[in-house]
Design a protein around this ligand. Sequence first.
Ligand code: ACM
Length: 679
Amino acid sequence: MRLPYCLYLLLFTYCSVGSLCTYAQKDLMPVPREFQSRDQRLAITATFRVSVTGHPDRRLYAEASRFIRRLSERTGIFLDGQGYVDSQDTARTAALLISVQRPGKLALYEDESYHLEVGAGQVRLNAVTDIGVIRGLETLLQLVSADNTGYYFPGLSVSDGPRFGWRGLLLDVALHFMPVDEIKRTLDGMAAVKMNVLHLHACNDQGFRVESKVFPRLQEIASDGLYYTQQDIREIIRYAGQRGIRVVPEFVVPAHTTAILTAYPELASVKRNYTLQRYFGVFDPVLDPTNKKVYVFLDKLFTEMAALFPDRYFHIGGDENTGKDWEKTPSIRAFMKARGMKTFMDLQTYFNRRIQPILRKNGKIMMGWDEILQPGVPKDIVIQSWRGKAAFYQSVKQGYRAILSNGYYIDLIQPASFHYINDPVPDSVLLTAEEIKNILGGEATMWSELVNPETVDSRIWPRTAAIAERLWSPSSVKDTDDMYRRLDIVSLQLDALGLRHESNKPVLLRRLAGSWDTRPLEVLTDVLEPLKIYERNQGDTMYTVFSPLTKLADVAVPDQRTPRIFNRQVKDWISHPSPDPGQKIIQQLTIWKDNDTAFRKLLARSPVLQEAAPLSASLSALAAAGIEAMQYIREHKKADNEWLLRQLAVAAHAREQSGRCELQVVDSIQQLITLAGNN
Ligand code: ACM
């Protein structure tokens, strides 16, 4: 269609000034509370300088300096004129003028708000605390835009601050140990999407990961040599604090304590030969709550750890006590009977009540999983809900402060959209303003049964950015399609920041393929996702801490882009059949159909790929069926019943898992097949 020239000019002007200028701002993740665009821009050039006024501290200078390096790396512009921002840098004419009132504290509800103005001559970033400035600098980096004139910041005004004060990520370093560098990378990613709590799950049945000087057997006997020295922990806390992130430790008791009992078996409820657990799950070993020595031990250990981790909050776990070792021990049963305790949860509450004073005298607020919420527990504890929303709302209604993790279990391989719509305060639940105040926020949980340092990033990122947005942005921000659009952009930025969710993929592919040519394997793995929820670690494949995490299910990632795009194309095409997208669908199907031949050549050299063979064959057969279906539909012909039944059988077969993975395009191709049969 030809447009009249003046209309063309109007559209062009709108696109080049209006929407181009606002484009980057619409890519922000998390979406800021308020923003307005301006038809201006600030070009980023080699003369770009940063000044700081007000009451900055060393943290802010370091972060402002890091901002310059990141801006330089992003744009390739030599910003060498300013190496390190310091107290000399106060010129009010600098391209970026930061103004801060005071250093921020690493504490819940510290002021993280900021105001950002990008005009033609200057960027101004104002905040009460330097933590607010740090959040604003991340926004500014996400705003970097480009066109054929170069890099620039689009003109705008942003007023921003978090919806929830607690926006966390649990990193489980117990089930699989994560080196300090991995944790630092994770902290960089968290800061990039404005998260502010790293919850370090520091011990479990498989290992105790923090050096204790008081009880050195913990790391010597119960860590396989994989633990953080106290100096490592101080470095992690420093690095996190530099980014305005708190570190909350979790030392889980009384269950999940096989590692502690391996080092100190005299603390157990049942005498047995304790060794580190190599499998994952829920086990019976548990501390003996009737043994005075247990409280002496925990007093010393928690006092030591309370000093090492300066945060006000200290997590004692409390989850998944089977109670079996308590039930089978006559002296423990007698103890319960003498005190009128009916269930083992009564006994666990007794235990918690003895732990809390230990934490309190160390200046700590006790946190635990929702199992610790039992009648009579003191009101100043914080509940972390994982089993369901009912327990969460029950906690806040009873006056307990709580954070939500149910629905944010990123280890379960669910799509970002699932986590994104999981609002801690949904419209469907009636809560008073007072009750809502008890909701501190939420935490994504990266349990590490099935990840190691090589693969963990691909489970955390980019989906955690969607959770970060849920916890930072106003509740009205909930367009899932737009979230995915921005998630793809943020994912690239996280990759550039050093996260390995993308960059490790070729390494994994090359190892699996045993070849430089990984294309056929990549085509296949791009449409695979690992089995979801707890399915992967079941049946004939029970993983241990020593199992290889270098296989098909480790290359496959959650929420794959390729099937997401393809499934959307099919959905759109079915509702509005038009030739062009139809051609794209056929092109994609043809790639999948033909891929199996190339894949088989790889397989001949790489037996580890055997488990991928059924999936490759299924994808090829399914794609062939899809191509035939497209032909029927496009030619307005109806496929006969025999064809339909045969192809539906192909689709049913393609649903079978192999290598703990499933194809992600079966539903949409089956829809095409069905449509061809009903045409
Ligand atoms: C948990 O997932 N067991 C807290």
